[in-house]
Design a protein around this ligand. Structure first.
Ligand code: HEC
Ligand code: HEC
Length: 345
């Protein structure tokens, strides 16, 4: 057959029809159109939040679709067709200037979300997301409700966990600063809350810790570490005042554990997705030197125990649901440690 413009045009038309049919229509006609195990309809307030999400162009920077190849925290679950059954028009998105939001619900408390919408630089000092402080209180409430619903029943479970701990933390916080400090400490497994910081507080370590603090912590905990960053106005319980620890028992391991896992129920996020072990130990040293009053360059933990980098337990030793047990090197610290208790569900 001769390659005339006509035959080429015809060939192209056939190919395009075939591709459209197999990619667009065939899956639509054959795949089962049933709700997935996690999907639920939105409440009226969440629906209003969704309208605001569309109006404010959130989709320009956020997707709500996790492909099998994605593996950041939103990759908690690969999206399924049935997740979108109530989603008209769908908000899959394709642009990821910000993180995917399909499992955003319950990742943070409501107060974190509000502080973040008022000014994303409050909880995330280096963020490039625009601020949405012009929303009315009702609109803000609805937008937060919508964002907290993302992830369907999985989000509902995470929210239930946040609310459970939120109540306890608020009660502890309002009983007074010293009670709160002891309460927070009691939530940390003892082998962490007594573990010295294995990274000596050298000039370099503390300078690196300062960088992390300024990138991640400063607008909540404040430049003086007293919990008076600009985000504090929006948060309850307020960010922790590190200078309190001058009169409490504490250790590098206590700070490490709380930074790694966050404090569920408060705005204090978990950083195990953002920071490697070394950076968490460094920021713990920075907090110790600048806010609690530990000496720089001591080569020792505050408790006088000589420490070395080689003995630092890496973050992946922290168990998570479904994790295979990780071989743990023998601890250099006395006394012998009991095995870690299971991580709270
Ligand atoms: C210009 C791009 C941009 C726009 C527009 C935008 N965001 Fe973001 N968003 C980001 C970036 C970047 C981040 C990551 C840094 C941060 O947390 O602020 C982010 C983070 C977030 C997070 C936190 C995710 C986490 O880490 O848990 C939420 C929730 C969020 N955005 C919701 C929204 C909503 C709702 C809107 C619309 C009202 C919106 N964003 C508009 C860029 C954007
Ligand atoms: C969005 C605000 C926010 C950010 C960002 C934040 N924190 Fe917090 N942090 C809190 C809040 C709120 C609490 C107190 C919770 C309570 O009292 O129940 C807290 C508590 C803590 C505690 C517990 C102190 C103790 O002795 O029990 C440590 C340690 C801590 N934060 C370290 C950090 C570090 C280091 C960073 C940065 C890597 C950081 N936080 C970032 C809000 C924040």
């Amino acid at each position: 057959m001769a390659m005339t413009p006509r035959s080429v045009g015809l060939g192209m038309a056939i190919l395009a029809t075939f591709a459209t049919w197999t990619v667009l229509f065939l899956p639509g006609l054959t795949a089962p159109n049933t709700p997935s195990d996690i999907v639920r309809p939105l409440t009226p307030k969440e629906r209003l939040g969704r309208v605001l999400y569309i109006k404010n162009g959130c989709i320009a920077c956020h997707s709500q679709y996790v492909r099998p190849t994605d593996w950041d925290y939103s990759g908690l679950r690969v999206s399924q067709r049935g997740d979108y059954i109530y989603d008209r028009p769908h908000l899959l998105g394709s642009e990821r200037t910000g993180p995917d939001l399909s499992q955003e619900g319950g990742q943070h408390t409501d107060d974190w979300q509000i502080a973040h919408f008022i000014n994303p630089r409050y909880p995330r000092p280096a963020s490039i997301m625009p601020r949405f402080s012009f929303l009315s209180p009702n609109e803000m409430d609805a937008l937060v409700a919508y964002v907290q619903s993302l992830g369907g029943k999985m989000a509902d479970q995470r929210m239930a966990r946040q609310r459970h701990w939120h109540k306890l933390l608020v009660a502890a916080y309002h009983r007074g600063a010293d009670y709160n400090a002891s309460y927070l400490r009691s939530l940390v497994p003892p082998q962490w809350s007594t573990m010295p910081n294995p990274y000596p507080a050298t000039q370099v370590a503390v300078a690196q810790g300062r960088f992390v603090y300024e990138q991640m912590c400063i607008n909540c905990h404040g430049p003086l570490g007293d919990g008076n960053g600009p985000a504090a106005e929006w948060l309850d319980p307020k960010p922790f005042n590190f200078t309190l620890l001058k009169r409490h028992r504490w250790s590098g391991g206590l700070i490490y554990y709380q930074v790694m896992n966050g404090i569920t129920g408060s705005a204090m996020p978990y950083f195990k997705e953002d920071l490697e072990s070394a950076k968490i130990w460094d920021v713990a040293n920075y907090v110790a030197v600048h806010f609690i009053g530990k000496n720089i360059d001591s080569g020792n933990d505050l408790n006088g125990i000589p420490v070395s980098r080689e003995s630092a337990p890496p973050a992946e030793h922290e168990p998570y649901p479904g994790a295979k047990p990780h071989p743990v090197a023998p601890s250099p610290y006395p006394p012998p440690q009991p095995p870690l208790p299971p991580h709270p569900p």
